[in-house]
Design a protein around this ligand. Structure first.
Ligand code: MG
Ligand code: ZN
Length: 365
């Protein structure tokens, strides 16, 4: 009888240990990081993916959720440059800063650090590739408006794959230089026509797609599956690297829909972004060594999923999104994380902590 009780006690202890260990961080190292930035995507924007499509959004696949505060050094409300630079360098900075701190000192970005450690890197955006968000990962300049300067920094940067718009900043410049030539001289195979998969996709080459003079077309204007397909192509290429990779994917125009207070624009851009997230999660599920982080730099438009109003009566059966500003807002921003290191992203923290958490998950420093 006594030994029987001991056995039960031991069994209970074992069960107890087992269940508590499930809550401890695994501390498993991430080999790859995919960072998704939905520019201007607050909780209301992300929520549209739950109400304006038939299937479950890919957002439901994230086991860890956190919140970040995104205040820059010089204002209460951030722009995309200071927001992305906080993610890319770990430094909070002033609005309009690209890869520099508040004293305009260049700070190494996570993309540059990853490349130094032998990883391959990529940036994808639906804006120009020289726009504030993507630029903050490979360029260093005092002001986001200097897109020709930013373009001139891309060929010599450690980016191995890029896709987006912004061709004019490489070819129609005040200095008359042709930076498509410079890209080619630096080992890039550049396509300015379409997102075509190269026959010999290989780490021996670098690849660049510049598919619009400035921003890519809106979803409503026929952009199609550019973002999910560019994400898939980048993953096919970057995952060849046995040392791993860092990839940043931006849904740039969620922000532009917010500035326009155009709900349909926001919704279509968010659904497209959600689709690209699905591509990355499918990859990460199979791969097992990939951390996927989805967040935004800030919220745009003060968007609210309000009830429709019909003759002064609220109609709770229909959502008619409303906006409170044509600019950005100060609300805290959700962070969604999946994969090794995801547990680091629970809680409430600052936007620049996201850099530190990615570095920690990759064991880079
Ligand atoms: Mg942006
Ligand atoms: Zn904006």
């Amino acid at each position: 009888m006594k030994s029987y009780l001991t056995l039960i006690l031991l069994a209970l202890l074992a069960i107890g240990c087992n269940s508590s260990s499930q809550h401890l961080p695994t501390n498993k190292k991430a080999k790859n990081v995919i960072l998704f930035i939905g520019d201007g995507m607050g909780l209301a924007q992300a929520s549209t993916a739950f109400y304006f499509q038939e299937k479950d959004p890919n957002f439901v696949r994230f086991p860890v959720i956190g919140l970040h505060q995104n205040k820059p050094t010089d204002d209460l409300i951030t722009d995309s440059a200071a927001g992305a630079t906080a993610f890319s360098t770990g430094y909070k900075t002033y609005n309009a800063a690209i890869g520099v701190d508040e004293d305009t000192t260049s700070r190494e970005t996570i993309l540059e650090i990853a490349a130094k450690q032998g990883k391959s890197t990529g940036v994808i955006a639906t804006s120009s590739i020289t726009h504030a968000t993507p630029a903050s990962f490979f360029a260093h300049t005092a002001h986001r408006g200097l897109e020709e300067d930013i373009a001139s920094q891309l060929p010599g940067s450690p980016v191995h794959f890029f896709a987006g718009g912004g061709l004019q900043f490489f070819t129609q410049r005040l200095d008359s230089a042709d930076y498509l030539d410079t890209l080619a001289a630096n080992g890039f195979v550049v396509n300015t026509q379409k997102l075509e998969r190269p026959g010999n996709l290989s780490l021996e080459h670098k690849y660049g797609y510049l598919l619009a003079p400035e921003g890519m077309p809106k979803m409503q204007e026929g952009r199609g599956d550019f973002l999910p397909q560019a994400t898939q192509l980048a993953l096919d290429y970057l995952s060849e690297d046995k040392d791993g990779f860092f990839l940043m994917v931006e849904g740039s125009q969620i922000d532009w829909g917010g500035h326009d207070n155009d709900a349909e624009y926001v919704i279509q851009e968010t659904l497209d972004f959600d689709k690209a997230i699905g591509v990355a999660l499918d990859f990460a599920e199979k791969n097992g060594n990939t951390l996927v982080v989805v967040t935004a730099d800030h919220e745009t438009g003060g968007m609210s999923l309000s009830a429709a109003e019909v003759r002064m009566q609220r109609d709770y059966q229909h959502i008619n999104p409303t906006f409170s500003t044509g600019g950005h807002s100060a609300s805290l921003i959700p962070v969604y994380a999946y994969g090794p290191g995801a547990e680091l992203f629970g809680g409430i923290y600052q936007n620049n902590d996201i850099f530190k958490k990615m570095v920690k998950a990759l064991h880079l420093k």
